[in-house]
Design a protein around this ligand. Structure first.
Ligand code: ATP
Length: 222
């Protein structure tokens, strides 16, 4: 059953978008009955300083190509159009304000991996974020993720970190695709195939624009 007015949000760098992103967005849509899922690429990711990020125009174009055949998926420019670092809590607050401004009760679900959830305590205003949106958490399935220095995130962890917010966090089984954008960039730089790891149109875009073939081609322009 689709919950009218419900919105899922998947924020990230999307450098590039890959099947892992698409699969968790679709799983959240179906499992939680979301009317739409918005992909929200970060302008200037606060959690990834130092690494050169592909220009926003390319990341936006690749997302648009990847989602064009799914009528429930949308691309949001909210974070790339906002100057300064992108904070999820600000994006959620503006969506809540917009919905209330047009007389609707917002029903927001922020989609993220367990790996990202483990970092939530260091995000800007995480309690406010949990008030503004429910969380849908997916296991990442990466061999390298959840390493020994990372806490195991489950409901007990939520109780410890954010007591009283347990009902706001849903742990979903997920498709567990062990794909990351880092792995895709590294494979391309090494001359290896990423076919089937990104949609065909995204692969064509990467090839046509010669993305990720070497680090010095990548700039911070957006
Ligand atoms: P990078 O390797 O560059 O760090 P990424 O693959 O983690 O990139 P992001 O754009 O940073 O991609 O991811 C956006 C969100 O999607 C984050 O919450 C991230 O943890 C989650 N995510 C990315 N890939 C997967 C996957 N394969 N399974 C589950 N969640 C994923």
């Amino acid at each position: 059953m689709v919950v009218p007015g419900s919105r899922g949000l998947l924020g990230g760098t999307f450098d590039p978008i890959h099947i892992g992103h698409l699969a968790i967005a679709e799983e959240a849509r179906e499992t939680l009955g979301l009317e739409r899922v918005q992909f929200v690429p970060a302008g200037q990711p606060p959690h990834k300083p130092g690494r050169p990020i592909t220009p926003a125009t390319d990341r936006l174009a690749m997302i648009a190509l990847a989602i064009e055949d799914n009528p429930a998926f949308e691309l949001s420019r909210a974070e790339v159009d906002r100057p300064g670092p992108s904070y999820a809590v600000d994006t959620l607050q503006s969506l809540v304000d917009q919905a209330r401004g047009s007389g609707r009760q917002p029903e927001l679900v922020f989609i993220l991996s367990d790996e990202a959830l483990a970092g939530l305590p260091s995000w800007r205003n995480p309690r406010r974020l949990l008030e503004l949106a429910r969380l849908a958490v997916f296991p990442r399935g990466l061999v390298s993720s959840g390493g020994s220095d990372r806490p195991r995130v489950d409901t007990a962890w939520v109780t410890e970190q954010f007591p009283g917010f347990e009902d706001r966090v849903a742990f979903l089984e997920g498709p567990r695709l062990a794909v990351s954008a880092t792995q895709i960039r590294e494979r391309i730089a090494a001359g290896r195939s990423v076919r089937y790891l990104v949609p065909p149109a995204v692969l064509a875009y990467i090839t046509d624009h010669d993305l990720y073939t070497s680090d010095d081609r990548r700039t911070n322009r957006s």
